[in-house]
Design a protein around this ligand. Structure first.
Ligand SMILES: NC(=O)c1ccc[n+]([C@@H]2O[C@H](COP(=O)([O-])OP(=O)(O)OC[C@H]3O[C@@H](n4cnc5c(N)ncnc54)[C@H](OP(=O)(O)O)[C@@H]3O)[C@@H](O)[C@H]2O)c1
Length: 286
């Protein structure tokens, strides 16, 4: 029986990245829908849950993506609201690679060391990847702050995190390099999750920090999100800090994403969101 993946994307055009990784993760066929929202997803879900017998339902699965976390979470809630009794299929939630990217980055940061009691600053953290990274760092015991260019945007991200996970994060308005430099004062961990190709911090702003231990940069599109962090850095030591670049942990992100897709087809009632994806990442890191 063919493994069918239904890719529901809140963006107008469904993500090609998620499509390719879906195939690489083991789907035999992917139907990719753009412009999916909580109001129009119901009929699509019904088609997924009513078509195959119980023992075959595990061969149908749903992937939720897109650039807007709130819309994505609303789609996830709408999808789950359609499930009842045995009429359900496995679902993976990974808006903009949020869970898989954050899980890979934080799994590497936490590999072989405790993050509990550390102060972590997620630069440009109001987006999908930053929000999930903040959650996972907090779950590792770090006190987490998120920076963004506008207070209301970063506050909304912190509120969203609190609403979904009950975790308190500190919003910091930091629209310039100078303010972001000030925001990392006293931090032990800095993770940049700003938009692709945007530099958020210069090397001179972090190299002499007496507290910084770990630095990671998610941005894979030049120039670097944090100047001085190499794309392929994976535990590289520089200025007394340990560095991880986007490709350095990106290999785990891709392997994790594929592994999660594969798991979707092992049962018909799996939900892969932040907690579950991070747990899988912890078994794969290193
Ligand atoms: N390494 C990997 O494997 C991997 C995988 C997936 C994604 N990524 C990368 O991870 C990063 C985060 O992804 P995402 O989808 O969460 O990003 P995003 O939503 O596109 O952007 C994240 C945040 O960056 C800030 N921002 C946007 N334009 C900016 C500008 N000109 N100057 C300063 N800040 C700006 C925004 O926050 P404010 O408006 O609050 O300032 C935004 O919420 C991206 O660089 C993406 O390419 C890496």
């Amino acid at each position: 029986m063919k493994k069918l993946l239904y890719q529901f994307d809140t963006d107008a055009l469904a993500s090609v990245f998620d499509n390719v990784v879906g195939y690489d993760g083991g789907a035999d066929h992917i139907s990719a829908y753009g412009g999916v929202n909580a109001r129009n997803v119901g009929g699509l879900v019904e088609g997924a849950i009513f078509t195959r017998g119980l023992k075959d339902k595990k061969n149908t699965a749903i992937f939720i993506g897109g650039g807007n976390m709130l819309e994505g979470e609303a789609v996830l809630a709408a999808v789950r609201s359609k499930f009842f009794a045995k009429f359900r299929v496995s679902v993976m939630f990974d808006c903009n690679g949020s869970n898989t990217t954050a899980a890979a980055a934080v799994a590497w940061l936490a590999q072989g060391r405790a993050l509990a009691g550390k102060r972590a600053v997620v630069l440009g953290g109001s987006g999908p990847v930053g929000q999930r990274a903040a959650v996972l760092l907090a779950r590792e015991g770090a006190a987490v702050a998120i920076t963004g260019r506008k207070r209301d945007v970063v506050q909304a991200a912190c509120d969203s995190i609190h609403g979904r996970f009950g975790i308190v994060t500190e919003p910091i308005e930091a629209p310039t390099h100078t303010e972001r430099g000030a925001a990392i004062a006293g931090a032990h961990i800095v993770l940049a999750t700003g938009a692709a190709g945007v530099t958020l911090l210069d090397e001179k702003q972090w190299r002499d920090s007496p507290t910084l231990e770990l630095i990671a940069d998610a941005n894979a599109s030049p120039p670097a999100g944090i100047e001085g962090v190499g794309q392929s850095d994976r535990g590289v030591s520089k200025h007394g800090k340990i560095l991880f670049g986007s490709l350095g942990f990106g290999a785990l992100k891709l392997a994790l994403h594929r592994a999660c897709i594969a798991r979707l087809f092992e049962q018909n009632d799996l939900l892969l969101d932040a907690e579950e994806i991070y747990a899988i990442a912890k078994t794969m890191v290193g």
